[in-house]
Each structure stands twice: as structure tokens, then as C-alpha cells.
Design a protein around this ligand. Structure first.
Ligand code: SF4
Length: 278
């Protein structure tokens, strides 16, 4: 049986919450309306969690005047992997192995510390920085940005680290909106700055995609977000939207519409197993 947790406050919306509704209204209902916890988390998301912890450590080291070593980053990744791993982590692709993902994660953080960090001369303003903004109609936006900083020229920026194999694209509307929302938050705090930069750094390719957000773009960004909030909060029906994401959805064992092919059934099998994950 799926555990029930406290629903998030009805007026509080993060980017991932509105994105969940766009991806599958039924998943949104399970998670945010009924307050259920997903029965498993994918190993891809687990790799992301561990990598973020290691990058945070690397910046704290650098900002403390030390020089983190690539090998130490990889060792830290392994240690955190062992510490955080639990029975809820699912290898969705049945032909994958935990050791493949571990090796990939170690390589990502090692490369970041060897190639990206030494080139980064920016000042850190915050790591895992929470933004909270009160919007029209009593809606509260919340979000946590991986790193907030200031370039050598004084421009504030926000960057999120992505561990997905795909390079990502600003052509995907939700990606562009996430980055812009965080930049708009930053501009509310940096009253004398006309622009902020918003970026995604892709650890697999080592590349960062940047976008410049102007202060005058702010109203449009918040309007777009509020339109998505209204769509989710005003819904009186939550139809399932089955598709490729069903394999990674932690409600696939209880969802009558789930479509999970055999080769992607690792999460479903874990959810059906008796025990804490099932
Ligand atoms: S299994 Fe698929 S259709 Fe069902 S809630 Fe999850 S994403 Fe939606």
C-alpha cells in the first residue's frame, strides 16, 4: 500500500508541481491532492541527488579557499551513494545495473571538478538556495536553486545542475520557464540590476546553456506561471496521461492506466514487492 503524507499547502506551488500536472494530471492528484508518496524513486533521480551533494561540497571547498581534487569528488560520490541508498531506489531499465549508474555518477563529478570548477571564477551567493515569492491571488511560488552567484562583471545568475543523459533544450517550454522563474526571483532581490542570467549545466556533456532574463520580462514570466497554477488548482478532473513516463512514475503499481513496457519495468516490480517500497 502507498503511504500517505501531508499534502503541500494548496496555495504553494513549485515549478515541479505545475510541471507534474502538465505531464499527467492523475499523478498530480495522487501526489499533491491526496498527498501520497511515490512507491519508488528512479536510480536516475538518485544519481542526481548524490551528484548535487558532491557539487555543493566542491563549491564549499573552493569558497573556503581549498582546492577540491577530482578523485576526492569521486570518492565522496561513492561514500554518499552507500549512505543514501535504500530499498526505494529502482533501476527502471531492467538491463541496467547499479554499478553502471555509480560509475557514471563518479565520472560526472570527477570531470566537473577537474574541468569546470577551475574555470569558474564566479562568486557564490548561495547553494541550494530557497526562493519564496508571494504572487497574485495568494499563490506562493517556492523553488530551490542549486547555485546562485555573481559573475566577475557583477551580473547575478542562477544555475541548476542536470544529470540526465540528454543535453536538454530551451525549446522545451517547461525547461525555459524553470530557469526564468529562478532568474525572476533573483531580480526581485537585486533591485539595481537590469538582467540576470539563468543556466542549466549538463554534467554529462560538461556544457552550460545560459539565458539572459531582463527585469522587464518578469511580469510575463510570473503570468505564465500563474496560468499554469490556475490550470492545476482549478482542475476538477485528473485524467491519466499514460506514456513513456509511466515507467518512472512511482504510482504505476496503483494506476489503472499505467503503460509500462517489460524492458522498463524495474520500478513497477519494486513497487509490487511486499515491503516498505511496495
Ligand atoms: S502511471 Fe502513468 S498514467 Fe498513471 S499516474 Fe503515473 S504517469 Fe500518470
Amino acid at each position: 500500500m502507498t503511504a500517505v503524507r501531508r499534502p503541500s499547502p494548496a496555495n504553494q506551488f513549485s515549478f515541479s508541481k505545475v510541471k507534474a500536472f502538465q505531464q499527467c494530471p492523475l499523478r498530480y492528484r495522487y501526489r499533491y491532492v491526496e498527498g501520497r508518496t511515490e512507491a519508488f524513486r528512479s536510480i536516475e533521480s538518485f544519481v542526481g541527488t548524490v551528484a548535487h551533494e558532491v557539487l555543493e561540497w566542491a563549491y564549499r571547498e573552493r569558497d573556503g579557499g581549498r582546492t577540491p581534487e577530482p578523485a576526492a569528488a569521486a570518492e565522496r560520490f561513492s561514500a554518499l551513494w552507500d549512505e543514501l541508498w535504500d530499498g526505494t531506489v529502482a533501476i527502471v531499465r531492467v538491463d541496467g545495473t547499479a554499478s553502471d549508474h555509480l560509475r557514471r555518477g563518479r565520472e560526472m563529478v570527477e570531470r566537473f571538478v577537474r574541468e569546470v570548477l577551475p574555470r569558474d571564477a564566479s562568486e557564490t551567493l548561495g547553494l541550494e538556495r530557497r526562493f519564496t515569492v508571494r504572487l497574485d491571488g495568494g499563490v506562493v511560488f517556492t523553488g530551490i536553486a542549486d547555485r546562485v552567484g555573481r559573475t566577475a562583471k557583477g551580473t547575478p545568475f542562477v544555475v541548476d545542475y542536470k544529470t540526465s543523459a540528454s543535453g536538454g533544450s530551451y525549446d522545451e517550454p517547461e525547461n525555459g520557464l524553470q530557469a526564468r522563474l529562478y532568474a525572476a526571483c533573483l531580480l526581485r532581490e537585486e533591485a539595481d540590476r537590469p538582467v540576470a542570467r539563468a543556466g542549466f549545466h549538463y554534467l554529462v556533456s560538461g556544457r552550460t546553456r545560459w539565458e539572459t532574463v531582463r527585469r522587464i520580462d518578469g511580469d510575463g514570466i510570473w503570468s505564465r506561471f500563474l496560468a499554469l497554477v490556475r490550470e492545476a488548482s482549478g482542475a476538477d478532473e485528473y485524467p491519466p496521461r499514460p506514456g513513456v513516463l509511466c515507467a518512472w512514475c512511482g504510482f504505476n503499481a496503483i494506476c489503472p492506466a499505467a503503460r509500462v513496457p517489460d524492458e522498463l519495468s524495474g520500478g513497477l516490480e519494486l513497487a509490487r514487492r511486499p515491503g516498505p517500497a511496495g
